[in-house]
Design a protein around this ligand. Structure first.
Ligand SMILES: NC(=O)c1ccc[n+]([C@@H]2O[C@H](COP(=O)([O-])OP(=O)(O)OC[C@H]3O[C@@H](n4cnc5c(N)ncnc54)[C@H](OP(=O)(O)O)[C@@H]3O)[C@@H](O)[C@H]2O)c1
Length: 215
């Protein structure tokens, strides 16, 4: 498939490389057409990799990943242009984190709203599916880095889009358990878990961990 990755950071690069390794064509996007990180990633990744503006990658991708800084996600998607987004699936792995007062970061939106919902409201014809945002990016695409069985969570308003993302998680990335939390408002909990994830990382001294639901 042709896949658009919005974002040139470590998350965009990790997901982009995993997708190229699976045989997909990936275009990585930035605010500028020739972002140095994207250019370097394209060079080392090979001929299935390319880069461009947010609009160029959104137009290119049949499936899109939002790997932008949460405070810039709405702006990035505005740059991507509505016509390039409508009716597509956007896999939203971003978190609305504000580092302006140092670490730990604070959430720019929570409790009664979320970044996932803000994106969905701004682009009503885009099928936003929130997932993997509560994991280190290596674990997102290589769940076997964490021993034993553990769960992926998704939410979104469109059942077909969630079925597509479930397939991607299981058949492309190797997830064995995907729990559907319901509509996009479940993004609130998925984003608010980040402070908890940060505490766990500090305690465990690794980013190779995940949640497993027992009942
Ligand atoms: N690090 C992890 O393992 C991890 C795990 C889970 C979730 N996440 C989430 O994944 C996302 C990506 O993280 P990252 O560390 O790879 O990258 P990042 O540094 O958080 O974001 C980089 C991207 O955001 C874009 N961006 C920043 N401000 C913007 C603005 N005002 N308008 C438009 N675009 C803007 C940048 O555009 P330019 O290319 O033009 O500079 C760049 O492409 C974040 O939301 C993060 O919270 C990270």
């Amino acid at each position: 498939m042709n896949i658009g990755i919005l974002g040139t950071g470590i998350v965009g690069q990790t997901i982009g490389s995993a997708l190229v390794n699976l045989g997909h064509n990936v275009r990585m996007a930035s605010r500028t057409a020739d972002n140095p990180s994207a250019r370097a990633w394209t060079k080392v990744t090979g001929k299935e990799a390319s880069h461009g503006t947010f609009a160029e990658a959104a137009e290119f991708g049949e499936i899109l990943f939002n790997c932008t800084a949460g405070m810039g996600s709405l702006s990035a998607l505005q740059f991507a242009k509505t016509a390039n987004l409508n009716y597509k699936v956007l896999i939203d792995v971003a978190n609305p984190l504000d580092y302006s007062r140092g670490t730990p970061p604070t959430l720019t939106v929570c409790n009664t709203d979320s970044l996932g919902e803000q994106i969905q409201r701004a682009h009503p014809l885009l099928n936003v599916v929130k997932t993997l945002n509560y994991l280190n990016c290596d674990v997102m695409v290589h769940p076997h880095r964490v021993a034993g069985s553990h769960d992926a969570f998704i939410c979104g308003n469109n059942a077909n889009a969630k079925a597509t993302v479930t397939l991607i998680l299981m058949e492309w990335f190797g997830w064995s358990s995907v729990i559907d939390l319901g509509d996009i408002s479940a993004s609130r909990g998925m984003e608010m878990v980040i402070p908890f994830w940060l505490s766990l990382r500090n305690k465990l001294g690794t980013t190779d961990f995940n949640f497993k639901i027992a009942k």
